[in-house]
Design a protein around this ligand. Sequence first.
Ligand code: SF4
Length: 264
Amino acid sequence: MPVSDSVDLGPGADTDGDTADGLDDVELPINELFYSLQGEGTLAGVPSVFVRTSGCNLRCWFCDSYHTSWEPTHARLSLVEILAEIDSHDADHVVLTGGEPLLHEGSTALLEALADRNYHTTVETNGTIFRDAPIDLASISPKLSSSTPTPERDPTGTGEWERRHETDRIDLDALARLIETYEFQLKFVVTDADDVSEVCNLLEDVRAAADTRIRDTDVLLMPEGATRDRLAETRHRVADLAMEYGFRYTPRLHVDLWNDAPET
Ligand code: SF4
């Protein structure tokens, strides 16, 4: 549900202006703000508050948060409102996701405020933008060529984004800086063996560009599919590929538990 309809700031939330630390002056475009289990990656299963920003610089055809990319929502919340909602849940972990959360300058201020409050923060990014911010885990998901919205796959049927997406989806400098600066995981959405060949080629380039060692176990293969039915078609193939190449497999726990329900 869009955040404008669903967020209850709760008793005691200061919405009149926490201007002493400037938090009321900063806003972020927010699509959803909810409490759930982290479904993917090395922290799968950890109760977390999710802050899903709206807006993305890419357009993957399979995007599972359509209302942050293809059809972005425009609700905005101040950092005071966002922090009040986060604080209302009994969670130590916050996941800043999107869309592409690092598009927004306000994400840095939010991450600084969360660090001040001792939250563990994961930022889920497509790896095309670097920001200097207190991030505990950069969950970097570079987009493979199979993500490109060709006219046959583009949900709008126009193919308008094909060239821009293809040009922008990999930025080696940004990837290297993210990997050198933060604890990281590299997470790839995989459908078949061709995707893993591409992962290997990209890894070679990133390992050459970054000073930090990237172990095979820092590389996570995640089956493509935003519904249980689709995951049933892809996950065994991807599990076999993970074993063949020595990469790590990550489930999509939230899909297993709740299928494609919003706010999960
Ligand atoms: S990078 Fe992520 S949020 Fe952006 S279009 Fe692709 S899957 Fe969606």
